[in-house]
Design a protein around this ligand. Structure first.
Ligand SMILES: C[S@@+](CC[C@H](N)C(=O)[O-])C[C@H]1O[C@@H](n2cnc3c(N)ncnc32)[C@H](O)[C@@H]1O
Length: 395
């Protein structure tokens, strides 16, 4: 078997797998998966390895690895950059770090394209070119001129441009902040983001044609995510719903949570010495629940949380409002339950509890019962409870 025949077989097998899983639902996208050579977009990547006592490390996989070609066609997300600078080329062995670019698993990419209902002739804006694989699928289906893709990281963008060229595609590629969109190739019929956003930017809505659809993961600083599918009206207002599933993407770089230095945490701990103390009605485990974290984050959009322990003591959850400086801590009680301490200009955990209890009182509806509406400035998210809509608005 020649190398070309082997690669064609791997693409066919991937398409079969995605179709069986229900991600691939149309002939057009199947054809694109069968044609786009994913291995050209992931010449090297990191494989996640969990090593006891060392936590999560990332092992480089390169072309000279016997497993590389088969892995390239697995329905897996392959991380290609850590901490905004580290690439597999730089790593001699497994390394630590936070993923900052990747080739998203093909099943998710095609599921999103199917959900977005991208039709022939549509002009599409993609935010987060990454390796260029998803861009290539769209070029294959729609033609180069219909696809505009924006990547914020110049090195990632250069690799994607080279891979797209090698694979024979020539979309409109933009290096810059995708939150600004790209007015040059507007208007768009479809907007898809493979990074998540805290707020849907006004620029996207202005650059969208009336009736355009936007598919994007909405996130926040408490680690909640929801994949939203919106339709834009003629006045630049978008409204839509959240789709089922647990889909998360790395946050758009300008909207990443601020890093809280030791000094700021130190001041927060000091403030807690004079805190109001009570028994918590909701424990911090809500932040580990998919929809619970999303609801909490809607209530306190500028709050970050961190679990810490001092000198072998219990794990304590600290929540800090980066806007006001208000702080809360949650400490486990011996017999179960939690003690909450709150200090500063605001009561962070009161706000979280009020939102979570309203959600729980309504029977903890799943995310697909939530809706979203935004004009790019003010955003409301709500679900319909027994007594009418329960909503949160933020700007
Ligand atoms: C999950 S990866 C993209 C996956 C890609 N679609 C693929 O199939 O390979 C997310 C990408 O979004 C990029 N990104 C983050 N913030 C961005 C922003 N504000 N504008 C454009 N790209 C951004 C990251 O650098 C990263 O490459």
């Amino acid at each position: 078997m020649t190398e070309d025949e082997r690669v064609a077989g791997l693409r066919q097998a991937l398409a079969d797998e995605l179709e069986r899983a229900g991600d691939l639902r149309s002939r057009e996208w199947r054809r694109a998966v069968e044609r786009v050579p994913r291995h050209l977009f992931v010449p090297e990547f990191f494989e996640r390895t969990d090593i006891p006592d060392r936590g999560t490390l990332w092992a480089p996989v390169r072309r000279d690895d016997d497993r590389w070609l088969d892995l390239a066609y697995r329905d897996e997300t392959w991380v290609t950059q850590l901490d905004r600078h580290l690439t597999p080329r730089d790593a001699a062995g497994p390394v630590g770090g936070d993923p900052t670019s990747s080739s998203t698993m093909p099943g998710l990419v095609v599921r999103m394209l199917e959900d977005l209902d991208v039709t022939d002739g549509a002009s599409v804006l993609e935010i987060g070119t990454g390796t260029g694989y998803s861009t290539a699928l769209m070029c294959e289906r729609l033609g180069d001129g219909s696809v505009t893709s924006i990547e914020v990281d110049p090195c990632i963008a250069a690799n994607a441009a080279a891979a797209l060229r090698r694979a024979g595609y020539a979309p409109n590629l933009v290096v810059g902040d995708g939150l600004d969109g790209d007015a040059g190739h507007a208007p768009y019929d479809r907007i898809i983001a493979t990074c998540s956003v805290r707020t849907i930017p006004r620029a996207w809505l202005v650059q969208a044609r009336p009736g355009a659809r936007v598919l994007v993961t909405v996130t926040g600083w408490l680690g909640g995510y929801g994949l939203a599918l919106l339709e834009v009206d003629g006045d630049g207002v978008a409204e839509g719903r959240f789709l089922p599933g647990t889909i998360s993407f790395m946050v758009a770089r300008p909207q990443a949570a601020p890093v809280i230095g030791d000094e700021r945490w130190g001041a927060a701990f000091e403030a807690l010495a004079d805190a109001e103390v009570r028994r918590a009605a909701v424990g911090p485990d809500v932040l580990r629940d998919w929809t619970g974290a999303f609801v909490a984050q809607l209530a306190v959009p500028t709050v970050v949380a961190q679990r810490m322990r001092v000198d072998g003591g219990p794990w304590v959850e600290y929540c800090l409002d980066t806007a006001s400086g208000a702080v809360a801590s949650l400490t486990p009680e011996r017999g179960g339950g939690w003690t909450v301490r709150q200090a500063g200009p605001g009561r962070v955990w009161d706000d979280v509890e009020a939102a979570v209890l309203r959600w729980r009182d309504a029977g903890s509806p799943p995310q697909e019962r939530f809706r979203i509406r935004t004009d790019g400035r003010v955003r409301s998210v709500w679900f319909d409870g027994a007594d009418g809509p329960v909503s949160w608005a933020s700007s």
